[in-house]
Design a protein around this ligand. Sequence first.
Ligand SMILES: NC(=O)c1ccc[n+]([C@@H]2O[C@H](COP(=O)([O-])OP(=O)(O)OC[C@H]3O[C@@H](n4cnc5c(N)ncnc54)[C@H](O)[C@@H]3O)[C@@H](O)[C@H]2O)c1
Length: 263
Amino acid sequence: MELKGAVAVVTGGASGIGEAVAKSMALKGMKVVIGDMDPKGLERVAGEIAAAGGEVAFAKCNVTSDEEVANLMDLAIERFGRLNVAVACAGIIKDGLMLNVDKETGKVKKAMTTEQFRAVIDVNLVGAFITLREAGMRMVNNGWDGLLVPISSVNKTGQTGQMNYSSAKAALALWPKILVGEFQMRGVKNVRCVAIAPGYVGTPMVKGMNQEALAGLLKGVHLGRLIEPSEIADSILFAVQNDSMNATCIEITGGLIANGLAK
Ligand SMILES: NC(=O)c1ccc[n+]([C@@H]2O[C@H](COP(=O)([O-])OP(=O)(O)OC[C@H]3O[C@@H](n4cnc5c(N)ncnc54)[C@H](O)[C@@H]3O)[C@@H](O)[C@H]2O)c1
């Protein structure tokens, strides 16, 4: 796909990876619509893109709402005439052990609540589903060249303390094969799906993690530092341009050897 003139919707575009993706796309001449729950962040990112000469629109959008996500996709079509790329970057963490056992007493002192589990599944899994469905529907119905990009994470080993988050991210890594299989069954040739599975990226989400735990995790990363959000954005731009990249989940981890085992 040609980058110049292509139209993208990026959820979670007010911060971190979504912000970097939206900015990189706009710099390459793509037209970008960003959606997020954070109105101030949206205004800031859209303002910075516009000031750099990029074409951008934005709307407050909760990705767990069918209606708000549909409206975000329609905004892209109204403003820029079509929709080619959807990147589902909106995400949250609510970390904790399922059973936090007191080492001295051997008894459970705290447990992950159902709300804590469900909230993360709702945004990271259901929200990504709604985003890809609403974008994909418009791409298929209008015959536009399209790419759907779910953002997974460390998805083979999971992550201790993130039973909720890892459950969502492991599922997202499967979607490209499922979706492209469905497109193949129905003769849909214009829409691709590529998931991106980042390792530890220097964004507000990771900066909010337990920093001691993070330093320990980085010892298992060959790169030896956090990944830059722009490095994830570059790989998404590469996927947009390369039509042969399809039905796969690309890991960009800086060389995460094994989850914590290489410390
Ligand atoms: N940072 C990492 O190391 C890392 C690694 C792997 C995967 N990821 C994934 O990348 C994506 C972006 O993460 P990030 O690190 O940039 O985080 P971030 O916290 O910097 O940005 C996430 C954005 O999503 C928005 N958001 C949260 N809930 C929303 C909702 N219901 N509707 C719309 N927007 C919502 C937030 O307002 C925020 O702007 C997430 O899906 C995350 O799970 C991040």
